[in-house]
Design a protein around this ligand. Structure first.
Ligand code: SDX
Length: 373
């Protein structure tokens, strides 16, 4: 066997080739377009199209893509009833895992040629915000709201969740987080979706795989955990003291650190100033003091930078969104990246099957139960 290549957690291992994105210390780019430009100028729909089709859409292509998203937004009554039956205590990511799994039973395409895969990807993209919004309404004792054609992806979610069109600022901020969250190379959930694709399983199963993987607090679940942490403190001093103690006790501070980025997460740097403006506009200076106290203490003590989940949690809080949908909103965006990886793997495939280094007991003979005492 060739020289054994083993790194815990596959750290630094090149596990495949991709044209979808590059994640480097000095740049993050989707299909060659730097995240800074996309964050400043692009709608999430443009980014989703770029990830799925490899090019930014022309105006007619974007209009058609938006129309196809609208065509798939309404969720079947069976899905609504399933979501209604899920106990209220069940978290948003587990609800979404079930909802997307149900959506897969209403497949929108035939066969497995690329156009069919793209249609399923658009279906998954469209239903995720609708499922999240439906759950919010049902938890509030209200019936889900039907989608309103013509709204942007971000506005559509806020409209279906809260029954009114969002302010321009809320739509812009949600759109920005969706652009920032859309894709990130071979992160754990994207790689899991690729493993699923590599067995030639279906796209909906790969999306459910992604949801189940992103849920973990070491991955997408960190945006909720980071906000829960910030909510614990009334002042910067209190937050600083807790953080110092936590670091001393080797606690993992949610929203910080990254397997690839060691000089900071480009996405966090883009989002933070806009989040801070919103905090000041909404008289939440105390939350901002706590936010910076934790961030500065983690960096001062461990030279660890924040990742995108840290400012994103507080952004969603400032927008008045319930914490339980923060990671589901990450899914509403990352379905685009997962689907791009699924299609890339599925259409140029070799099953993903690594080896392991055996460190268990040496070979030994069977002993009958009577001899085992
Ligand atoms: C996402 O991969 C992606 O691209 C993911 C993502 C995407 O867009 O898909 O960017 C989204 O998942 C962002 C990460 C969100 N997760 C968190 O914020 C959870 C907290 N972060 C850590 O658990 C950790 O930083 C990871 C999981 C993100 C990375 O883990 P690694 O690369 O295995 O790093 P490690 O745990 O080996 O830590 C290396 C050192 C350790 O110190 P020592 O034990 O060597 O002294 O850094 C320390 C760790 O203790 N460290 C932290 C820390 N993160 C790393 N210490 C305190 N708090 C932290 N958050």
């Amino acid at each position: 066997m060739s020289e054994e290549l083993y790194r815990p957690g596959l750290e630094g291992i090149i596990a495949g080739e991709t044209e979808v994105s590059t994640v480097e210390q000095d740049s993050l780019a989707y299909r060659g377009y730097r995240i800074e430009g996309l964050a400043e100028h692009a709608s999430f729909e443009e980014v989703a199209y770029l990830l799925l089709e490899g090019e930014l859409p022309t105006a007619p292509q974007l209009a058609d893509f938006r129309k196809r998203l609208d065509q798939h937004r309404a969720i079947q009554p069976e899905i609504v009833e399933t979501v209604r039956m899920i106990p209220k205590s069940v978290g948003g990511m587990d609800v979404l895992r079930t909802g997307v799994s149900m959506a897969g039973h209403f497949d929108v395409a035939k066969g497995d040629e690329r156009p069919a895969l793209v249609e399923r990807a658009i279906h998954a993209l469209a239903v995720v915000p609708s499922i999240i919004a439906a759950r919010l309404r049902l938890l509030d004792g209200k019936e889900p709201i039907d989608p309103k054609p013509g709204l942007s992806h971000a506005a559509q979610f806020l409209y279906m969740a809260f029954g009114k069109a969002p302010s321009e600022l809320e739509e812009k901020l949600l759109n920005l987080t969706l652009v920032l969250y859309a894709e990130h190379e071979f992160n754990a959930s994207a790689f899991a979706a690729r493993v699923c694709a590599s067995t030639l399983s279906d796209l909906y199963s790969a999306m459910v795989t992604g949801i189940a993987t992103l849920k973990g607090p070491l991955h997408g679940g960190a945006n909720e955990e980071a906000m829960k942490l910030i909510s614990r403190f009334k002042s910067g001093d209190e937050a600083k003291a807790w953080t110092e103690e936590g670091i001393k006790n080797k606690a993992k501070i949610m929203g910080f650190g990254h397997r690839v980025y060691k000089n900071g997460d480009h996405r966090a740097r883009i989002l933070e100033p806009l989040m801070a403006d919103l905090a000041r506009e909404r008289n939440q200076q105390a939350k901002l003091d706590v936010y910076f106290a934790i961030k500065n203490t983690v960096f001062d003590r461990k030279q660890i930078h924040m990742n995108v989940d840290y400012p994103c949690g507080l952004t969603y809080y400032l927008m008045g969104l319930p914490i339980d949908i923060y990671t589901p909103l990450f899914v509403a965006s990352r379905v685009s990246g997962w689907a791009a990886h699924y299609i890339e793997q599925y259409t140029n495939n070799r099953i993903i099957r690594p080896r392991s280094r055996y460190v268990g007991p040496a070979l030994r003979d069977y002993i009958s139960v009577s001899e085992r005492g």
